[in-house]
Design a protein around this ligand. Sequence first.
Ligand code: CNA
Length: 248
Amino acid sequence: MFDKALTLIKKSKNILVFTGAGISTSSGILDFRSENGLYSLLSKNTDLPYPEAIFDIKYFKKNPKPFFSLAKNMLEQHAKPTNCHKLLAELEKNNQISLVLTQNIDMLHQAAGSKKVLECHGSFMSAHCLDCHSAYNLNDYKQRVLDDSIPYCNCGGIIKPDITFFGESLPSAFYDLVNNPPETDLVLILGSSLNVQPAAGFALEMAMKVPSILVNLAATPYDNAISLVYHEDLEVFAEYILRDNLIT
Ligand code: CNA
């Protein structure tokens, strides 16, 4: 089923991978926009004015509780990398990856062994006080989140994980990448609805310059800009590619 994709992957030496929440759903982490995704679940949460408010910086400053209760769930989950995360780590070992650009905040690429990762929406690994900007790492604030309390800085400000919320700028490393993209001979887009800008726009711009593959359960508005489109489960895709033993 994925023969053409396999042929392209095998001959590529500088693959730029763009991943979204769909690569992690098989590990039990909900995505945003699927029928049973986080937004659908949060639409039943009466504390929130609208589901996206959970990641809205203005709303967070007024009421950080819904975000930290979601963060608690994610941190407690101890999710494991999927076969698709493992496939990307294998391709990197085989010197075929130029970069994994991920929108995900779950740190599963690193857990699978990928090193060339740019988290364009940040992660839980580091955090900052919203008032005095003191830096923290996950271990400094994790226990407080697990204990259901809001982590506060000594100055009284909220400690916010360095996850890019709606209304915030992406990390400067993302803009460095846009200004200086790596050599790329294939773009692989995995598990993203391509709805969130500017990250999706950059991936699409790169995809229009070289051969590209998209694997995503649902159709995206940009499918016609991609060379090979599969509306399939990423685990089935990963198992198929890994089965070929392309890693020598
Ligand atoms: P999205 O808009 O929720 O889209 C996810 C896409 O993945 C959907 O179109 C699904 O059809 C598809 N999908 C779901 N499961 C599978 C599967 N098993 N195989 C193939 N396709 C699948 O999420 P995006 O990543 O496009 O949106 C960007 C947001 C989501 C970023 O800001 C992330 O931080 C945020 N997010 C991240 C996580 C995470 O870190 N795991 C979880 C939820 C949301």
